[in-house]
Design a protein around this ligand. Structure first.
Ligand SMILES: [Zn+2]
Ligand SMILES: [Zn+2]
Length: 133
């Protein structure tokens, strides 16, 4: 199976072939800071299964060997690699997959770092669109 995806502006596109190792939603503070979002979905492949097919992401070298790659034009986060913690693995921000709606994660990880209100999401008011008035 080949999956494709890319950034918001379309400047960077990628393909991932074969089956992923895992797909998880990460609640760690590092992902949160990088994405500016409460949590980030990650789907992990062998590095040689992932290929940039258009454009070139920019790399931010973060803490503890983390290398986060994102589109230099629109800022969408795309890839995470870490030669120390995850040698040979490329993780893709799974919401950037063209098939994100069909890619259900298997787990939530780093819950110890989660924003405390994450546990209350199901209790918040819900609107299919912006609320009226
Ligand atoms: Zn872009
Ligand atoms: Zn994380």
């Amino acid at each position: 199976m080949t999956r494709s995806g890319g950034c918001q502006c379309g400047g960077v596109r990628y393909e991932a072939t074969g089956e992923p190792h895992h797909h998880a939603v990460c609640h760690c503070a590092d992902c949160r800071a990088s994405a500016g979002a409460p949590m980030v979905g990650w789907i992990a492949f062998d590095a040689d299964q992932v290929r940039v097919t258009q454009g070139a992401p920019t790399t931010y070298a973060g803490k503890n060997g983390a290398r986060r790659q994102f589109c230099p034009a629109c800022g969408t986060g795309l890839f995470y690699t870490n030669a120390e913690i995850l040698p040979g693995i490329t993780e893709i921000q799974s919401a950037t997959l063209d098939t994100a709606a069909q890619e259900t994660p298997q787990a939530q990880i780093q819950l110890a770092d989660r924003l405390p209100w994450i546990d209350q999401l199901d209790t918040l008011a819900r609107f299919d669109r912006f609320p009226e008035g």
